[in-house]
Design a protein around this ligand. Sequence first.
Ligand SMILES: NC(=O)c1ccc[n+]([C@@H]2O[C@H](COP(=O)([O-])OP(=O)(O)OC[C@H]3O[C@@H](n4cnc5c(N)ncnc54)[C@H](O)[C@@H]3O)[C@@H](O)[C@H]2O)c1
Length: 260
Amino acid sequence: MKQNYLQDLFSLSGKAALVTGGGRGIGQVIARELARAGADIAIFSRSGAAETVNLIESEGGKAIDIIADVTDEASVKAGIDKIVETYGKLDIVINNAGVCYHKDAFEASVAEWRECLDINLTGEYIVCREGARVMIEKGTQGSMINIASISGHIVNIPQRQAAYNASKAGVIHMTKSLAIEWADKGIRVNAVSPGYVATPMSIDPDFVEPELLAAWDPLFPLHRMAKPEELCGAIIWLCSESAGYTTGADIIIDGAYGVI
Ligand SMILES: NC(=O)c1ccc[n+]([C@@H]2O[C@H](COP(=O)([O-])OP(=O)(O)OC[C@H]3O[C@@H](n4cnc5c(N)ncnc54)[C@H](O)[C@@H]3O)[C@@H](O)[C@H]2O)c1
């Protein structure tokens, strides 16, 4: 039996990875897990991600904290320049930053609709585009993973969240489109669509009322939300060279929520 077989298969050693929205929640866990798999990490956040950087450094990994708003083209470009200045290249992009609000179509303002689409869809587009620009310039065989959602496939109940659902459906089709556009450049573009994951977005009482949590509970086939760690095996695989023939895919990790 070959020693370190699995380690070699999924190793991200020597890769530079960007995780957007990595200051907390799913992004923080992805950043830590990619570092554990060997990658050097850069976090984009609007207000700093010192906790994530400390977590990674305390385990012997490398991480830098960059203030960048994914909706702002200039700040994304400057952030990616900083990654290249620090690590010499960019191999992996995890487009994770996102927002959600629960309002019906009349209650929500057009400004709120636009903000949700701007962060969740246009933001991922800007980061993909600027990431791919650098990968192409440097001839990097890169991997991009766009965090979509089961909400891009089904309509969640009982809350109303048309803007979020539309933004995530857009992420899934944008991912397929960019996978085709950049296939001959050696850049793979995939999506991961989680079901409910226990993070501030889905359990924080400032965001989710207790009645809503109680209404969701019987809808989970596995009787619980996912832990962010349960997304990371698939993400590490998609980032690694062992997923070299996987592009334009959307991996659903929802504990069968979308099946029924
Ligand atoms: N939690 C869930 O149940 C769930 C399910 C499916 C998909 N997702 C998706 O996973 C991703 C992460 O969600 P989470 O649950 O960790 O949420 P979260 O609210 O805990 O974290 C989102 C992060 O994105 C950052 N962010 C928001 N707008 C930004 C911007 N313009 N520029 C830079 N950063 C910005 C936030 O500051 C925050 O750190 C999101 O795309 C979300 O839609 C979450």
